[in-house]
Design a protein around this ligand. Structure first.
Ligand SMILES: Nc1nc2c(ncn2[C@@H]2O[C@H](COP(=O)(O)OP(=O)(O)OP(=O)(O)O)[C@@H](O)[C@H]2O)c(=O)[nH]1
Ligand SMILES: [Mg+2]
Length: 452
């Protein structure tokens, strides 16, 4: 038997939205900022594997609770004690006519184990809401008030807590179906645990499986981002001429944009969101001359080549040409073979690149700034999706970038390495790829620090 939770509240307080976030599904019911969106009772189950743990029942909102309160205390129903008025009321003409919506809620009360009363805390605790609470309390079922819309501060929070405490409702849950925090959801399940001790283990199991799923998503998302960064860093295209033409640049930029959009699609699937939930502003790409990087001072030093000339670290325009002539004036070689000779331990890729340099082949590849941008955008997307409630209706615009110099310093060596492995761009990178694993672990640690 699963635990039956009845979700009730005034019209437009976020009842259907609450169910969507608890389910992690965007397609349950209909959500809109019009009052009276949900017109029918609808139940859905939260499962752990094949086992259903909780049944959630969505209801239309209360529309005229003051009127209903008056009917409850009118001659027709005044004499009934406690919950006894519910059945005769639901069979009366009131339930078929002016209180049709309310009757749909009241009919469910006897079937519920616990009532979740959803409150829009942007509203003060007005009389109509207190009437709803009193009508619900007459069913003698436990009530858990959900203070919804709590991501933004509300002047009414204290007032709500007070009126609820006066009604002996102390186990109040703060919630927001748009800015979602798992800790809030956990508190809700813990409150249910304390009200239904016989179902303690089922709920403990549900909490654990939700925690595990969140952790697994974070790990997989970091893995996807690490893959994107390695692929982007190792992507290069050979230019048809020097300096590169606009067509070359366009082709290169499109390759990088395709990689990023593939990553975003994977990520949305992982978090069970739709493409329209995340809008990526076009990535501003700065492509750089591959040669500049490879001929940077440190790289040359690694090869045992001293770069005394400023031409080697050269300016952007003409860097290739500078390096070419510098290479020849180093005095170490008049042929490629001799230059590559003595101190050569670094491997085929350097050789190829150096060779291409000296034979006037030019490549475009991503520079540090754009890789940093890709990394920060990726982290920002993951961070957002991790805390995006499944009831959110507004798309997230992916342009936020929070600087993280520490992380970038740590992961820079991996993309430097990737730049020397152009074959990574076209290969399937295996899960045990050492650079992929290390990069993933740095990204995951960063996400751990920033998300709950
Ligand atoms: N910012 C924010 N918006 C929310 C929250 N909960 C719901 N909304 C928005 O509030 C509006 C109403 O949400 P619904 O879930 O349709 O509310 P409801 O209580 O089911 O409404 P009815 O079915 O009409 O009674 C929608 O526009 C939601 O996107 C929340 O916690 N924070
Ligand atoms: Mg609704």
């Amino acid at each position: 038997m699963s635990i039956s939770l009845l979700v009730v509240g005034h019209a437009n307080t976020g009842k259907t939205s609450l169910i969507r976030t608890l389910l992690r599904k965007q397609d349950f019911g209909e959500v809109s900022d019009r009052a009276g969106t949900t017109r029918h009772v609808e139940s859905v189950k939260i499962k752990i594997g094949q086992q259903s743990a909780i049944t959630l029942t969505d209801t239309p909102g209360f529309e005229d609770s003051i009127g209903l309160w008056q009917i409850r205390h009118s001659d027709a129903f005044r004499s009934y004690q406690g919950a006894d008025w519910l059945l005769p009321f639901c069979e009366s003409s009131f339930a078929r006519e002016e209180f049709e919506q309310e009757a749909k809620i009241l009919k469910q009360l006897t079937k519920a184990d616990i009532i979740l009363y959803v409150i829009d805390i942007r509203q003060a605790p007005l009389g109509k809401y207190l009437d709803e609470l009193a009508l619900l309390a007459s069913a003698n079922k436990p009530i858990i008030p959900i203070l919804n819309f709590s991501a933004s501060t509300s002047a009414h929070m204290e007032a709500w807590r007070n009126v609820l405490a006066e009604r002996h409702l102390h186990a109040v849950i703060k919630y927001d179906t748009v800015a979602f925090y798992f800790e809030d959801e956990k508190r809700l399940y813990q409150s249910i645990q304390s009200l239904m001790p016989e179902d303690y283990d089922t709920l403990a199991h549900l909490i654990k499986s939700r925690e595990d799923a969140a952790q697994l998503r974070k790990t997989m998302a970091s893995h996807q981002l690490a893959g994107l960064l390695l692929k982007a860093a190792s992507t290069r295209i050979e230019c048809t001429c020097y300096p590169p033409t606009d067509d070359d640049s366009q082709m290169f930029e499109n390759k990088i944009r395709t990689l990023e959009s593939h990553f975003i699609r994977q990520l949305l699937r992982l978090y069970e969101f739709q493409e329209e939930d995340l809008v990526a502003t076009p990535l501003a790409i700065q492509n750089d001359r591959w040669q500049q990087d490879i001929f940077a001072k440190e790289t040359l030093k690694e090869w045992g080549i001293e770069s005394g000339t400023s031409a080697l670290t050269g300016a952007a325009i003409g860097a290739g040409i500078d390096v070419m002539s510098a290479g020849l004036t180093l005095g170490t070689a008049t042929t490629i073979g001799a230059l590559l000779g003595a101190t050569w331990k670094t491997g085929q890729h350097y050789k190829d690149t150096l060779k291409s340099k000296l034979t006037k082949r030019y490549f475009l590849c991503l520079d540090h700034a754009t890789l940093t941008l890709l990394c920060l955008r990726g982290l920002s997307a993951i961070h957002h999706l991790h805390q995006r409630g499944h009831a959110t209706q507004k798309a997230y615009e992916l342009n936020a970038q929070t600087q993280n110099d520490d992380l970038i310093a740590h992961i820079k060596p991996y993309w430097k390495q990737a730049q020397q492995h152009p074959e990574w761009a076209t290969q399937e990178l295996s899960d045990s790829h050492p650079s992929l694993q290390k990069l993933q672990s740095h990204l995951e640690k960063t996400l751990e620090k920033n998300t709950d």
